[in-house]
Design a protein around this ligand. Structure first.
Ligand SMILES: [Zn+2]
Length: 395
């Protein structure tokens, strides 16, 4: 146990050195052999690279990618993910959707799924709590410092010889995260306010931003609605993406002007956690990253002006979130994408067309989430206002 957490802690230090969140993790097989270790990659070169690139989420996608390549890996139920920090909602949803086991070192009282440290997982929808109690483990830290704690949650797998974490290693896991979060939050403030944004529909068709956008999504900038009020004209784009995906889901991203930027399906056949939302938010972040990385200050500024932060736009889900693990992951990933409180002028950034559960049940899921989601970001998915869009997608 101690050796595994020490590897995760070394990854967390590497993450801090890279200038991203100081969190690291590794994946162990049923004998305790290390399959893969990696760290948070949200920030690279001082830019947001991928808001979903938390350690646990990347390990799970790595697992599915290796299996798709033909590598014989144990079933998820035989795999243990060891992480320096209690998983956030996105990663917890991904872990539960896949059926993996987890050992978590440091607590995260703001965003961790066990933020209240009682290991009952009241932050999860009721139907997922028993699974979390069976698979999320918080080993004891022996000693008298503020890092000491009793063990909680699931019993660690039998291959762990020692079942505790050393105080100094636990302290390293906590400090590596605390030491970087402020720098990262400062980077998050680099984006432009709504009043400064410029309309990408006014750019020449051969402008590098338009070309990159069209390369990612050929229908980009071909649909436009009133800002934040998608109408029936969006339905064909959502339906087209839904037809492409086996699971029939799609998510569109509209900018602050109402322009369609992206509309993507999931890739759940390749990886159980590549939902339509995960694909869409990652694609947009990486588009901005690709256009800004290594570019001049003036070019970077141009990208920030024409391709605004998603918090100024609207994510439109074809289907609303439900009580399941994948939806919980999506809600968490959406909050990670927002990075902080929503602007007051855009409270309905997350909209859905067809509900899967009623609005009150969905509000209850959000109200139970850890403080970051519930209080700081104010997660508040709402159905689109336009009834014609709801009817058009259903027809
Ligand atoms: Zn996470």
């Amino acid at each position: 146990m101690q050796a595994a957490v020490a590897i995760a802690a070394a990854e967390a230090i590497a993450a801090k050195t890279q200038g991203t969140f100081g969190v690291g993790g590794l994946m162990l097989d049923q004998h305790g052999n290390v399959l893969k270790s990696l760290h948070n990659n949200v920030i690279r070169h001082g830019l947001v690279f991928d808001p979903t690139a938390h350690g646990e989420r990347q390990l799970i996608d790595w697992y599915y990618a290796e299996r798709a390549r033909g590598r014989a890996l144990p079933a998820p139920g035989d795999i243990t993910i060891v992480t320096t920090l209690d998983p956030c909602c996105m990663c917890s949803g991904a872990i539960l959707a896949g059926g993996f086991n987890v050992v978590a070192a440091a607590p995260d009282r703001i965003a961790g799924i066990n933020y209240d440290c009682d290991a009952t997982f009241g932050a999860l929808p009721a139907g997922l709590r028993a699974q979390a109690q069976r698979s999320f483990s918080y080993p004891a830290v022996l000693g008298a410092s503020l890092y000491a704690r009793a063990g909680a949650g699931a019993t660690p797998r039998p291959f762990f010889i020692g079942k505790t974490i050393a105080e100094a290693t636990q302290a390293l896991c906590a400090l590596a995260f605390e030491a970087t979060s402020r720098e990262v939050v400062a980077l998050f403030g680099a984006d432009r306010a709504r009043e400064q944004l410029r309309d990408p529909a006014t750019l020449a068709p051969d402008h590098r931003i338009v070309r990159a956008l069209k390369q990612l999504h050929p229908d980009a900038l071909t649909y436009r609605c009133a800002p934040h009020v998608p109408d029936a004209g969006l339905a064909p784009f959502l339906r087209q993406a839904m037809v492409r995906a086996e699971e029939g889901d799609a998510v569109a991203l509209l900018d602050a002007f109402g322009n369609l930027l992206l509309c993507m399906s999931g890739k759940r056949a390749q990886s159980g956690i590549r939902s339509a939302f995960m694909e869409t938010t990652r694609a947009y972040a990486q588009l901005r990253y690709k256009l800004m990385d290594g570019a001049s200050a003036a070019q970077q500024e141009e990208v920030r002006l024409y391709l605004g932060h998603p918090r100024e736009g609207t994510f439109v889900f074809a289907h609303g979130p439900d009580h399941g693990a994948v939806s919980f992951m999506d809600l968490g990933a959406w909050a990670s994408t927002m990075e902080g409180p929503l602007p007051a002028h855009n409270p309905a950034q997350l909209q859905y067309v067809a509900p899967r559960i009623d609005a009150a049940a969905l509000a209850a899921v959000c109200a139970a989430m850890p403080p970051l989601y519930r209080d700081v970001i104010g997660l508040n998915p709402t159905q689109v206002r336009d009834h014609a869009l709801v009817a058009a997608l259903a027809s």
